[in-house]
Design a protein around this ligand. Structure first.
Ligand code: ZN
Length: 205
């Protein structure tokens, strides 16, 4: 009876030898809570630790066999590392905005340079160009605005050449890239007088 009970408890906790891995999307809109769960391995597909964690949560669970645990542990390490990098990128970007607002242009450029080495998103550039205090700083220092525009344009172009976009049909990849580049140029156009400011065309690579 005891043996049966123990076995029953064991098997009812993990009925078919399956486990679950938490998947968040690494994106500027993904909240810190979801990023913190990215890659985590769960025993059950329900409970407090399973998506949706909040209204509008877009995370999901991937089911895998317990026999593959070692592989998924490896994935977990990699995914948690990426989630940490995204949090670091956000911190650097915010610090860049704060430095800019203080008039510390060197500090701002250093932070933004470091952040784009991790990734770059047009929504963050939009936040930067439309935010009250960074905007004041950009208006007062067009040469800094131009340096920043060029930095984001370079980073955005480079990002679309990374292997993660290689699976995408070439035309779609270039359209996405050119659209983003246009958005960045338009956002900086009010601060920059250079020839590329506001221009929609993208020079060849
Ligand atoms: Zn979330």
């Amino acid at each position: 009876m005891n043996g049966f009970l123990a076995r029953w408890r064991r098997t009812s906790r993990r009925p078919s030898g399956v486990l679950y891995q938490y998947y968040a999307t690494i994106h500027p809109e993904t909240c810190g809570v979801c990023l913190d769960h990215h890659g985590r391995i769960l025993e059950r597909p329900e409970g407090e630790e399973t998506p949706p964690l909040h209204p509008g949560c877009r995370c999901s669970l991937l089911e895998f066999s317990a026999g593959e645990l070692e592989y998924y542990r490896e994935q977990e390490r990699r995914m948690r590392g990426r989630a940490q990098e995204e949090l670091r990128r956000r911190r650097l970007f915010r610090e860049g905005e704060e430095a800019l607002a203080r008039g510390d242009f060197e500090g701002a450029l250093a932070r933004f340079r470091e952040s784009v080495q991790i990734d770059v998103f047009t929504s963050d550039v939009e936040h930067l160009c439309r935010g009250e205090s960074p905007r004041g700083a950009l208006e007062s220092a067009p040469e800094v605005a131009q340096q920043l525009r060029d930095l984001f344009v370079r980073a955005y172009r480079w990002k679309h050449d990374l292997p993660k976009y290689r699976h995408m049909p070439e035309r779609m990849r270039l359209e996405r890239r050119d659209h983003g580049l246009r958005v960045i140029r338009e956002l900086f156009a009010p601060f920059v007088d250079g020839p590329a400011g506001g221009s929609g065309d993208v020079p060849p690579m």
